[in-house]
Design a protein around this ligand. Structure first.
Ligand code: ASP
Ligand code: MG
Length: 410
């Protein structure tokens, strides 16, 4: 018998009518003879509303209590959806994270799943019942409610699918699949029928917001076929799975971008062991995530060091760097928070040479200056001025044949 785990996001369960539509969909799968586990998010806007309440109440809400509060959003949805299923003659039962025992560590607000107890769920499924699980929440070994981080319901669904060895994990959302790039920037963006876990992970880490990054990691690790589909439109969506060895992979899967980047340079630092850690140490200690790092070859005993951070962290990083600069006797600190990162992603890069060159030529033709470059096996990222973001994305999209009906330019 086919077992599927479905996840419905906030917009899919945003109103009573929409929850009814979800119930119709779930019932159709049951009538089709499938076993169904459903994970749901809070109704759209609800999690933000709860966080705002907490912030109104207290300057620094206690993380444990914040989790108690924000986890209520999903509890509302599981109850409503289960009622809707009952009204449609579909046997169903709801579970909170602690009821199924979605056991996590104790890191409130960003807890990691350790283990899921599946006995009760298996029994329900055997009795033909739909199991409705609250996404985003778990419980630690001491019985405290935890949450998995924003967008965590995706991870709930994938973890359930892995634990139950489901045939597929279907993520229903407000877009009909994963696109070659953000259609708001490039209207010719194309929906992908398939993408690999690795590519999806890069796309998610590089700024595509369709799935929570952790859910993709999880799906890859346990080889759970993951499908992104629209709640509102018919269609096959996009299947995220292992690389198909027999099929020649398209060279480039997509173009991702991160808009909110900032670049910092410390120039004229002494070129000696330990300097990188002296520069970056205070930044990481302040919990600022560092993205790209470039250090020049030293000349005359000194060197320049550049890195990028999220734009929100820019003022803090800049002041820390100025402090370090004074200590090290560096020449100057330069900062720019009007930059973006654009990345090409594709497993086909492994077997196709010349991708980087095509990328650089395309940007050069448009007069776009590249400030930093970084590469991995399946991606090439460049940092450019923010004002060129759209031009860069569109010209690369065309150059790599990603446009609807597009062809690779020679
Ligand atoms: N409701 C949570 C959030 O808004 C979890 C989720 O929707 O995945 O982040
Ligand atoms: Mg979401």
């Amino acid at each position: 018998m086919t077992l599927i785990v479905q996840k419905y996001g906030g917009t899919s369960v945003g109103t009573i009518e929409k929850i009814g539509k979800v119930a119709d969909k779930v019932c159709a799968h049951v009538k089709n003879g499938e076993q169904v586990v459903v994970a749901v998010s809070a109704m759209s806007g609800e999690t933000n509303r709860l966080i705002a309440l907490a912030e109104e109440m207290s300057e620094q809400p206690h993380p444990r209590e914040l989790d108690v509060l924000v986890s209520t959003g999903e509890q509302v949805t599981i109850a409503l959806l289960t009622m809707a299923l009952h009204d449609r003659g579909c046997d169903a039962k709801s579970y909170t994270g602690s009821q199924i025992r979605m056991l996590t560590d104790s890191a409130h607000g960003k807890a990691r799943i350790r283990e899921i107890q599946c006995d009760a769920i298996h029994k329900d499924l055997e009795h033909g019942r739909v199991v409705v699980v609250a996404g985003f929440q778990g419980v630690d070994e001491h019985g405290n409610i935890t949450t998995l981080g924003r967008g965590g319901s995706d991870t709930t669904a994938v973890a359930m699918a892995a634990a139950l060895k489901a045939d597929e994990c279907q993520i229903y959302t407000d877009v009909d699949g994963v696109y070659t790039t953000d259609p708001r920037i490039e209207p010719k963006a194309r929906k992908l029928d398939k993408i690999t876990f690795e590519e999806m992970l890069e796309m998610a880490s590089l700024g595509s917001k369709v799935l929570q990054i952790r859910s993709v990691e999880f799906a890859g690790k346990y080889n759970v076929p993951l499908r992104v589909l629209s709640s509102f439109q018919e269609g096959e969506g996009t299947l995220i799975s292992l690389e198909d060895e027999n099929v020649e992979q398209a060279t480039i899967a997509g173009i991702a971008f991160a808009k909110d980047e900032a670049q910092l340079t410390i120039a004229g630092v002494p070129d000696r062991p330990g300097v990188a850690s002296l520069i970056l140490g205070p930044i990481t200690e302040a919990n600022i995530e560092i993205d790209m790092i470039v250090q020049n070859i030293g000349a005359d005993g000194s060197t320049d060091f550049t890195f990028t951070v999220h734009r929100n962290d820019f003022p803090k990083a800049l002041s820390l760097l100025e402090h370090t600069s004074a200590e090290l006797g560096a020449k100057q600190v330069i900062g720019d928070d009007q930059i973006v990162k654009v990345s090409l992603v594709g497993v086909g890069m492994r077997s196709h040479a010349g991708i980087a060159n095509t990328m650089f030529q395309t940007l050069a033709r448009e007069g776009i200056n590249i400030r930093m470059i970084s590469t991995s096996e399946i991606k090439i990222s460049v940092v450019i001025d923010q004002k060129y973001l759209e031009l860069a994305v569109r010209s690369l999209h065309e150059a790599f044949g990603l446009d609807v009906d597009g062809k690779i330019q020679k």
